[in-house]
Design a protein around this ligand. Structure first.
Ligand code: IPM
Ligand code: MG
Length: 361
């Protein structure tokens, strides 16, 4: 029976609360199948800053590099908001993405039928939404050089970030997106700002070139402003979306609303040898420490870990089905409850799902 080494970087805020629930679900899978999971905790984000002075100790990076997969929570919080850019909690996560070459970030957004009314958007708009955002994760404005600030003699300042992509960087994420589209409805929307940005012109050329290798996939080019509108107007028109780092950051938060709540969205970051799995939501300082957070995004991220890093698709299917069953039974955390509906906390939702996973074997 295989043994899997999983690095667990829970991070800050509700990351500390939802990650143990995802870990518990993997333990249940292990028990049912005979696979063994070795969980190794590591520091990241604000928690790491408090303990070591920096957002990602070398020991955490080594741990990630030596694992089969990484279960990540969330990083950041008001306590560290005044730190300079380079030492903020978020830097820890960006460093892992870059060092492990996790250039393809998969963010599925699905509107589950029983949660249609949890979305602030109309039922007629969100019903049937099932899309996958493939976000480039190691380039663009997040990492481009030059970056920084300069001060002029008169005391005024200038700040710079650079959106830069090589054709290789574009091609590898675009190929990843075509591969994803091939396993879905074979429709790919490439999102750019080619009417203004030269980076986007290159992006569009590369997509058009790669598309020749995937004649079965219907490709369209969508401008990012138009895409932002279409996502809340006619989201069902999308199947797979591929876009650069910053556009993907923004559009994937928008897509979360289609799924009812940020608390529902998992993600997988792939490309290098070790994949990283994290809920799309952040640390939610307003509810942190209260046991109220929705663990479903973290648990669905664990399902993605099973599917993409451990090649255990059938186990991932069971976890996803267990989540659906618990929702069908009417259980809700606060973020996905419709008016008047009774709610459960993080632990209880985790318990309910773990029990359903156990039953699935
Ligand atoms: C995300 C987050 C991160 C990002 C932050 C925490 C650095 O918003 O994963 O979407 O901007 O990529
Ligand atoms: Mg984001």
């Amino acid at each position: 029976m295989p043994t899997y080494k999983i690095a667990v970087l829970a991070g800050d805020g509700i990351g500390q609360e939802v990650t143990p629930e995802a870990q518990r679900v993997l333990e249940v899978v292990g028990k049912a199948t005979g696979a063994s999971f070795e969980f190794e905790p590591g520091l990241a984000g604000g928690a790491a800053i408090d303990a070591t002075g920096g957002p990602l100790p070398e020991s955490s990076l080594r741990l990630c590099e030596q694992s089969d997969a990484i279960l990540f929570g969330a990083v950041g919080g008001p306590r560290w908001d005044t730190l300079p850019q380079e030492s903020r909690p978020e830097r820890g996560l960006l460093r892992i993405r870059k060092e492990l070459d996790l250039f393809a970030n998969l963010r599925p957004a699905k509107c589950f039928p029983m949660l249609v009314d949890a979305s602030p958007l109309k039922r007629s708009v969100v019903e049937g939404t099932d899309l996958m955002v493939v976000r480039e994760l190691t380039g663009g404005l997040y990492f481009g050089e030059p970056r920084g600030r300069e001060e002029f003699a008169d005391g005024s300042e200038r700040a710079v970030n650079t959106m830069a992509y090589t054709s290789r960087e574009i091609e590898r994420v675009v190929r990843a997106a075509f591969d994803v589209a091939m396993k879905r409805k074979r429709r790919l929307a490439s999102v750019d700002k080619a009417n203004v940005l030269v980076v986007s012109q290159l992006w569009r050329e590369v997509v058009t070139r790669v598309a020749r290798d995937y004649p079965q996939v219907a490709v369209e080019h969508v401008l990012v402003d138009n895409c932002a509108m279409a996502l809340v107007n006619r989201p069902t028109q999308f199947d797979t979306i591929v876009t650069e780092n910053t556009f993907g950051d923004i559009l994937s938060d928008e897509a979360a609303i289609l799924a009812g709540s940020m608390g529902m969205l998992p993600s997988a970051s792939l490309g290098g040898r070790v994949g990283l799995y994290e809920p799309v939501h952040g640390t939610a300082p307003d509810i942190a420490g209260k046991g109220l957070a929705n663990p479903i995004a973290a648990i669905l991220s664990a399902a993605m870990l099973l599917r993409y890093s451990l090649d255990r698709g059938p186990d991932a299917d069971r976890v996803e089905a267990a989540v659906l069953r618990v929702l069908e039974q009417g259980h809700r955390t606060g973020d996905i409850a419709a008016g008047g509906q009774k709610t459960v906390g993080t632990r209880e939702m985790g318990d309910l799902i773990a029990r359903e996973v156990e039953r699935a074997y």
